[in-house]
Ligand binder design. Sequence first.
Ligand SMILES: Nc1ncnc2c1ncn2[C@@H]1O[C@H](COP(=O)(O)OP(=O)(O)OP(=O)(O)O)[C@@H](O)[C@H]1O
Ligand SMILES: Cc1ncc(COP(=O)(O)O)c(N)n1
Length: 290
Amino acid sequence: MNRKNPPVVLTIAGSDCSGGAGIQADLKTMSAFDVYGMSVITAVTAQNTCGVTGVQNVTGEMIRLQLEAVMSDIMPDAVKIGMLATADAVEAVADILEKYHVEHVILDPVMVSTSGRSLLEAEGKEQMLRRLFPLAELVTPNIPEAEEILKAVDGSVENKQTVSSVQITDQTMMEKAAQVIRQKYGCNVLLKGGHMTQVADDLLYQIQAVWFPAQRIDCTNTHGTGCTLSSAIASALARGCSLKEAVGIAKVYVRSAMSTGLDLGHGNGPLDHNWSISSAVLSQSDQSSR
Ligand SMILES: Nc1ncnc2c1ncn2[C@@H]1O[C@H](COP(=O)(O)OP(=O)(O)OP(=O)(O)O)[C@@H](O)[C@H]1O
Ligand SMILES: Cc1ncc(COP(=O)(O)O)c(N)n1
């Protein structure tokens, strides 16, 4: 039998028992992109499409052991980082990423769930900005996360006063925000527009601004969109795409997964991660049954 050497992607994130976000969304996305997926779990959450009812954090020590186990044996081509929960988790991830060089590090700075539950303690936020942002090739904040990051930029190091509110309300402000974050931390920025009201345009800020314009989709399948997008970007990068290509492909994947009419749960429903696989498999089984 021929030996196979597929692209490998690791997700470092929390578990969502309802399967729509976190580790579960990440691994489903990786399968859809036909890459080999691995997972390091940072927290176990009890949640569903209506909300989060419990969080049990994994210790920093256990996160370190998981990371060492995978990195010392199967080195990933890309790492996606999602929910980290604690400062200890941030330290563990930063230490290991400094020890092992991974080609692509994509950081989704998860802070609060769609349903409003905090998914990262305050000290962890500071550590994430200080230690993980500079290690990332790309960070993917949504609008509220970018506003939080800007508060920290203005209120830290050079200028100790706390900025109480930064509001990003239009595309000019999105460009300015992404530019400031990139300048401060040295990472490329994908500022996601899913929280804007009219359109769902995303902005990639590398050396300059590149827009990914998109109509808003009128649906309730919005649980785990950010997790899915960042895993799709990591998978496309692992497959050899450029960053710009990877963002474009990932956006198409998320939009398609939002649009199949998957009807599960009583709140913000999950995405249909299998949309591409099911069409391929079904067309094959159609042919073989003829
Ligand atoms: N209603 C929508 N119509 C079209 N695209 C959307 C919609 N909502 C989100 N998106 C897209 O989904 C991706 C994730 O963006 P979003 O701003 O929702 O991230 P997020 O808030 O981090 O996601 P999460 O729900 O996982 O926290 C982006 O590409 C965004 O443009
Ligand atoms: C484990 C985990 N990671 C990330 C999210 C954010 O996703 P959303 O904003 O759609 O709730 C979540 N709810 N749970």
